[in-house]
Design a binder for this molecule. Structure first.
Ligand code: SF4
Length: 182
């Protein structure tokens, strides 16, 4: 559909889970190469609605790369992290590229400039935020533009430095990924 409506550059994100995704990776790679899509593998993060995430279920980015390299030579794209969260690689034969998002093993929070608005009007300054700013309530209560701008500024000023998945004091957010918006 995306191609039919004219999008030229199409990326497909796939979460990789240990003991589950290993046999699927090359199938996705082949589909991406033949269709001209960039496949981007994302390390499994504790944002699943079933709450089954465990560190042992994370298929790490370097392991995904190793699996692909069994079949294809990859050439790293030097500046890929400057334009997004994925480390990107070209296939050495010139046919397509692949991205790896090492959200757990090598977080890119230092470069993060993302904020998100949920479908129910809450502003979140990190996927793993435990606090939200209720913009919908502000707007519906007749707040001035200045008050809304102030609330946005206050939220962004205390944006989290990053997730704490790899630390002992990590706190899982109550919202799962589907309730945040990617
Ligand atoms: S700061 Fe939060 S939203 Fe940004 S990359 Fe890190 S975990 Fe993701």
């Amino acid at each position: 559909m995306a191609r039919k409506v004219g999008f030229k550059s199409i990326k497909i994100n796939a979460v990789a889970v240990r003991n589950f995704s290993e046999t699927e990776i090359m199938g996705l790679i082949e589909m991406g190469r033949s269709e001209g899509f960039e496949i981007r593998f994302i390390e499994f993060m504790p944002l699943d609605s079933d709450k089954v995430w465990e560190r042992d279920k994370v298929l790490f980015g370097h392991e995904i790369i190793d699996l692909i390299k069994e079949n294809y030579e990859l050439v790293p794209i030097d500046n890929s992290l400057e334009i997004g969260p994925a480390s990107e690689y070209n296939f050495a034969d010139g046919k397509g590229k692949v991205g790896i998002i090492t959200a757990v093993s090598n977080p890119f929070c230092d470069h993060c400039n993302r904020i998100r608005m949920t479908a129910d009007g809450k502003l979140r300054t990190c996927l793993f935020s435990t606090n939200e700013t209720d913009l919908k309530k502000l707007i519906r209560s007749g707040s001035t533009d200045e008050n809304i701008i102030d609330a946005l500024n206050q939220a962004v000023l205390i944006k989290e430095p990053g997730h704490k998945i790899n630390l002992d004091d990590f706190e899982r957010p109550t919202r799962a990924m589907h309730a945040i918006g990617g």
